[in-house]
Design a protein. Structure first.
Length: 109
């Protein structure tokens, strides 16, 4: 069961990297920690599908939880000043919410 959830998490991370790239290009380097944590989460999640190691598995889950949290401080400031562009950020924020729920589900299932 964990492999199925990890595969869905991997697809959500990949989709969020694609949707977040446009956001990253618009906001500049302010979202670099978030984008870096997304890339690390992608690599660790991919590795956890092929390597049967608990450290890699729990590291992937940790970065799946950390990645949505790294956007909170930056995106709140952006949305306060550029509220007319919220439609651009909505798909990425939805994927981050899904990733957080999948990571928690991966932890307990």
């Amino acid at each position: 069961m964990n492999e199925v959830i990890m595969l869905v998490s991997l697809s959500v991370i990949f989709g969020s990297m694609l949707s977040g790239f446009a956001t990253f290009r618009m906001t500049g380097m302010r979202l670099m920690p978030h984008f870096a944590s997304l890339m690390i989460a992608f690599i660790l999640t991919l590795a956890s599908l092929f390597v049967d190691n608990n450290i890699v598995f729990y590291s992937a889950i940790a970065f799946q939880i950390i990645a949505p949290l790294t956007i909170c401080g930056t995106i709140c400031n952006i949305l306060k000043t550029q509220f007319q562009n919220t439609g651009i950020y909505s798909s990425h924020l939805a994927l981050m919410g899904m990733l957080f729920v999948l990571a928690i589900g991966n932890l307990f299932i």
